[in-house]
Design a binder for this molecule. Sequence first.
Ligand code: PMP
Length: 396
Amino acid sequence: MFQHLAPYAGDPILSLVETFNRDPRANKINLSIGIYFDNDGNMTQPESVKTAEERVGIGAKAYLPMEGHAGLRAELPKLLFGANHAVIAENRVTTVQTLGGSGALRLGADLLHNAFGNSKVLMSDPTWDNHRGIFAAAGFELGSYPYYDPATIGVKFEQMCACLDRQPENTIILLHPCCHNPTGVDLSPEQWDEVLHIIAARQLIPFMDIAYQGFGDDFDRDAYAIRRAADLGLPLLVSSSFSKNMSLYGQRAGGLMVVSPNAEEAALVLGQLQLGVRRIYSSPPAQGGLTAYHVLSDAQLAAQWQNEVYEMRDRIRAMRQRIYDVLQSKLPERDFSYFVKQRGMFSYTGLNAQQVQRLRDEFAIYLLDSGRMCIAGLNEGNVNTVADAFAAVFKG
Ligand code: PMP
């Protein structure tokens, strides 16, 4: 019946995880997928989130409303915009609980497509692979703006600005406010100011996808671009995820926030989002949403949670430093400082596809073909092995 359909080549990241799982070598190391592992290589849950899950409890759960749990919808924008931001006080933020960050992206993409179906969506070059898939599936024509510069392992900032400055009104610009996936290379606050200035002047539509809040600098500074865009009165969409910072990967918890110029339009947007949800999955999962609500709404638990995220952040930073130390001492003629400058879970290592293949074949170390490594897969037990293998492969 379906033989006329094209076979799906598979998702590059998820397929690699399957290859890793099938690899019989005992010493194999998985640095491919974006999951936080602790120093023992286990996927753990913050104690604060465990406490919240206990409060939620097991047993029957009623359907949540289409737009999700009211308490979570009240708490989430405070985390993103800051509790006292005018957009919250003026009822200009519409918040909908979603199926993780991916669900928020798709719901936001559908809303935008209904309103601006002829607009193009521009994404950073490169970006998280599924960004392209999600916006293409919503019906958009895709494009990209210059971002990563392999020569400097930094941002092609001038080219990025020049590209944005050429776009027609209502072009949708997908941005990573912190911990850029896949490169780990972020904009500085000054660079954000410049980008947002162009977005405002050109009347472009920013869509900020934040899946790693708390892993960069801290919860507030990681949201700099979002808050600045809101300060400037820009129309704005924000997709956010609790997958990584609450380890709620499988519970599918996240949110979409849309900032409108006034409360009337925000109410209209809510109706459109409710309609979108009703037509696809009717209501979001209760367990994850309630868990996130309990964490955020209890001041003590929220503070504990933020500290636990900072412990994860610091462990990642320590692993960055270790990789840097080994490589810099083994290959002093090269500059590996980018490992410590990059932020968040990921690093563009500077390794090319052939070197990545060699790591896989000879050392059973799995990175993405692009050279992206998930730093959170490193620990005291494997970091030296990985650093030594990198040095061997960099030497050629
Ligand atoms: N955006 C980015 C940049 C991501 O890296 C991810 C997760 N890898 C997502 C969105 C999706 O998040 P979730 O797993 O919550 O759907």
